[in-house]
Design a protein around this ligand. Structure first.
Ligand code: PLP
Length: 464
């Protein structure tokens, strides 16, 4: 008998391996290795079933913006469960948490983004957006406007619709994606794809692919463009400053709808309530999830501008989810927004923590394995390379070096993720400068170990 309520790790791992299918995981391999079992968390730190403490450099999955262990959110959930644990909003009813959350989001969102359609997740919200923009154009008498343009290596979720909007080749290779009438253009990834161009010229050229694609398809067939202000799951790809102004010009010129997928960049991650404000983008629809509840409850949604909402409202929109605007999730989200606001977390990110991270994380650029070390707000990434000067890729399969690095990171009790051969972080917004120093020290140790490993195995070779 163990002295705590938690059985020994091996027992938990065996149960997990026998019955639990993990997302985005080679389950056979994980089953042999055993998953790390996370049992508790507080602030920016996780505790596993062996009692090790880890720094969570990823805020869970980019979502725990206010950090772990805020009992106010637990109390908000308990209160709401006792009062009204569930009701729907389909058939001419509403409830207080959903309507208050919608009103609060309308207040926080820029411009005339004043209307909220709730979902249970970011994937569901992007499915909503796909149907909403096509239905919008049908109601405007232009049903041939069906094509949504998105980007290669963009991420918009994992359902059939949102996975199709995303541009992840590995996802499209399984299960018959993408669905029709979604067209992908290239990403503004200067370090990896910019060649000899300056970042600014490259950013403009990549934005102009939108215009070229609109013209090639016929502007009368294009419904919308969707993109993340900063690509997250694609590897924290920060676009050159020239990119978004050019995209905005093109969207305005052809009158297509702009959907900003703010699932990661919303709720403070870039130092503003929304990433669109950080880049001066004027979207017609914003996708939200993750930081909306700091991950304490599953909830997502679409914040929609006056014109689109009024048009959609002319008719019955045959769409919705049982848990659209779930009262417990909405109550928790409201409490999360209150904390973000009243504790001044977002201005602190903008004025203190993001500049501190930029400097501390940016200093990793001097490491022999690091081609670039960049951040925006509290999203950061490192490009691993066998040759900094030429921005070379490794001769080994893409992701091999990244995976090795990620294994050392985990061993050093730092949760840092790898996307191919990029290492990424997105810590809770409440991280302190002292925590950042510790995070960066563990990252540097990890890079040293990875470099030594690659050296030993003869893997510091560039692709031909
Ligand atoms: C995570 C994510 C999604 C999908 O959200 P889920 O809640 O996992 O369905 C959509 N867009 C972006 C930008 C994301 O990072």
């Amino acid at each position: 008998m163990s002295l705590t309520n938690t059985p020994p790790t091996a027992e938990l791992q065996a149960l997990d391996a026998a019955h639990h299918m993990h997302p985005f995981t080679a389950n056979g391999e994980l089953g042999r290795k055993g998953a790390r079992i996370i049992t508790r968390a507080e602030g920016v730190r996780l505790t596993d079933s062996d009692g090790h403490e880890l720094i969570d450099g990823m805020a869970g999955l980019w979502c725990v913006n206010i950090g772990y262990g805020r009992s106010e959110l637990a109390e908000a959930a308990a209160r709401q469960m006792r009062e009204l644990p569930y009701y729907n909003t389909f058939f001419q009813t509403s409830h207080v948490p959903a309507l208050r959350l919608a009103a609060r989001l309308a207040e926080l969102a820029p411009g005339d983004l004043n209307h909220v359609f709730f979902a249970g997740s970011g994937s569901e919200a992007n499915d909503t957006n796909l149907r909403m923009v096509r239905h919008y154009w049908a109601l405007k008498g232009q049903p041939e406007r069906r094509i949504v343009i998105s980007r290669r290596n963009g991420y918009h979720g994992s359902s059939m619709g949102s996975g199709s909007l995303g541009g992840m080749a590995a996802m499209h290779a399984q299960g018959g994606l993408p669905i029709p009438d979604i067209v992908h253009i290239d990403q503004p990834y200067w370090w990896g794809e910019g060649g000899a161009a300056t970042p600014e010229d490259f950013g403009r050229a990549r934005a102009r692919q939108l215009e070229e694609t609109i013209l090639a398809l016929g502007p009368e067939r294009v419904a919308a463009f969707i993109a993340e202000p900063v690509q997250g799951a694609g590897g924290v790809i920060i676009p050159p400053e020239s990119y978004w102004p050019e995209i905005q010009r093109i969207v305005d010129k052809y009158g297509i709808l702009l959907i900003a997928d703010e699932v990661i960049t919303g709720f403070g991650r870039l130092g503003h309530w929304f990433g669109s404000q950080s880049y001066g983008i004027r979207p017609h629809i914003m996708t939200i999830a993750k930081g909306l509840s700091s991950g304490y409850q599953p909830i997502g949604g679409s914040i929609v501008c006056d014109e689109v909402a009024a048009t959609i409202g002319q008719d019955e929109f045959n769409h919705g989810y049982t848990y659209s605007g779930h009262p417990v999730a909405a109550a928790v989200a409201l409490e999360n927004l209150r904390i973000l606001d009243e504790e001044g977390i977002i201005p602190r990110v903008r004025d203190e923590i993001a500049p501190y991270l930029a400097q501390a994380w940016g200093a990793l650029a001097d490491h022999p394995l690091v081609g670039e070390a960049v951040s925006r707000g509290l999203m950061g990434s490192l490009a691993l390379t066998p040759d900094k000067a030429s921005r070379a890729k490794f001769a080994a399969d893409p992701g091999t070096a990244g995976y090795i690095c990620r294994e050392y990171s985990f061993g050093n009790d730092l949760v840092m993720r790898h996307v191919g051969d990029r290492m990424i972080i997105a810590p809770p917004l409440v991280i302190t400068p002292t925590d950042i120093d510790e995070l960066v020290a563990r990252a540097r140790k990890t890079l040293d170990q990875t470099w030594a490993h690659l050296q030993r195995e003869g893997m510091l070779r560039a692709a031909a």
